[in-house]
Design a protein around this ligand. Structure first.
Ligand code: CA
Length: 359
């Protein structure tokens, strides 16, 4: 045995004697903070972050804990991407389309008008190129994302007056949030980006003519039905908006492989669970709303046709001026075309038949 081997062996013996070697598999305690872009009152959306944190804690045997903070507590609702990018907190739960002002491509990881429905979005993310393309894009902001929740197709919102044609939208002050306003304003609508807590008063006072939020379960809690009688569908700008868990890349890289797997699986559980909550809670809320006088109305055909045309024109413009958008949208739109070709035979026909039966 040469001198070097002797020293090496002595070193290992020393480590073993000190009892440090078995610690290779022991997990260090990890404490993270998560900033949500949502208020606690939104139990479905805010709750997805809590579900995630609970599962991370359970799967790690309590060694990995994430404290969940409502919008404004440790970061403003729309400041969470900056905070994660700068590393002032490890992670955030948000709707990526809020950040379209930084780059319109954020919207492709969330929802664009006439985009993908919830099932299609998850398929594009998990099994298509969605996750790879969005992660490549989010890397520019020093973040990695994990899909974490979807509301499913939203409602078109609450209107004080009936909408009979696309002409009735001209000059209409309409509360909507994020990227959808870019397409809606092309119809002559004046989009108003008002936080959730202030919409009711604005609608009651007539400062705005209409608003959209999410769907029956969340909308009923905010009481819009008391100040606007018409409830339109569908929310063509949000066919399946996906929320994301954004994690600072350095913080994620510093995790053990076990903790990385825990994050991935806890986020995947919260992703499915949030959609399940909406699908289970919306039916009863819609029944109660209609029972108390809400008038359900489909958007007129000319509104849908004009909106579709304007959305596609907007995407052509973005293809010409935003390279990130162009690259991701090319894949997104191909996936959308293929998926709709398939869904039209199976899901669409099965659902339509079942909805027409007396059950
Ligand atoms: Ca909405």
């Amino acid at each position: 045995m040469d001198r070097r081997s002797i020293l090496k062996n002595a070193g290992i013996a020393g480590v073993l004697a000190a009892g440090a070697a078995p610690a290779v598999h022991a997990q260090q305690a990890v404490r993270w903070r998560l900033a949500s872009s949502f208020p606690k009152a939104l139990d479905t959306i805010f709750g997805a972050a809590e579900t995630f944190a609970k599962h991370v804690k359970e799967m790690s045997g309590g060694k990995f804990e994430i404290s969940v903070h409502a919008a404004g507590e440790i970061a403003p609702a729309l400041g969470v991407v900056d905070a994660v990018q700068q590393g002032s907190m490890e992670c955030a739960h948000t709707a990526p389309y809020y950040f379209f002002g930084k780059n319109e491509a954020f919207a492709l990881g969330c929802a664009i008008p006439f985009g993908l429905n919830s099932r299609q979005m998850t398929a594009w993310m998990y099994q298509g190129n969605g996750l790879t393309l969005m992660r490549e894009f989010y890397a520019k902001y020093s973040m990695i994302n994990f899909p974490m929740g979807n509301t499913g197709a939203q409602m078109g919102g609450w209107f004080r007056k009936e909408i009979k044609s696309v002409k009735d939208l001209k000059g209409l002050k309409f509360r909507t949030g994020g990227f959808p306003g870019k397409a809606i304003e092309r119809l002559g609508v004046i989009p108003q980006n008002i936080p959730g807590g202030e919409i009711y008063t604005a609608l009651e006072k007539g400062t705005i003519d209409a608003c959209e939020w999410v769907g029956p379960y969340d909308d009923q809690k905010l009481g819009f039905n008391k100040v606007a009688p018409y409830y339109y569908y569908p929310g063509w700008w949000e066919g399946g908006p996906q929320l994301d868990l954004f994690i600072n890349q350095k913080a994620f890289d510093a995790l053990s492989s076990e903790n990385k797997a825990i994050v991935q699986n806890a986020a995947a559980y919260a992703h499915t669970d949030m959609q399940a909550k909406y699908d289970a809670k919306n039916p009863a809320a819609l029944k109660q709303l209609v029972g108390s006088g809400t008038k359900l109305r489909p958007f007129p055909k000319d509104v849908m046709a004009a909106a579709f045309k304007e959305a596609m024109a907007l995407y052509s413009e973005l293809n010409a001026k935003n390279e990130d958008w162009k690259k991701i949208y090319a894949d997104f739109s191909k996936f959308r075309a293929d998926s709709n070709l398939w869904f039209r035979f199976t899901e669409a026909n099965f659902d339509k038949f079942m909805q027409e039966q007396k059950l």
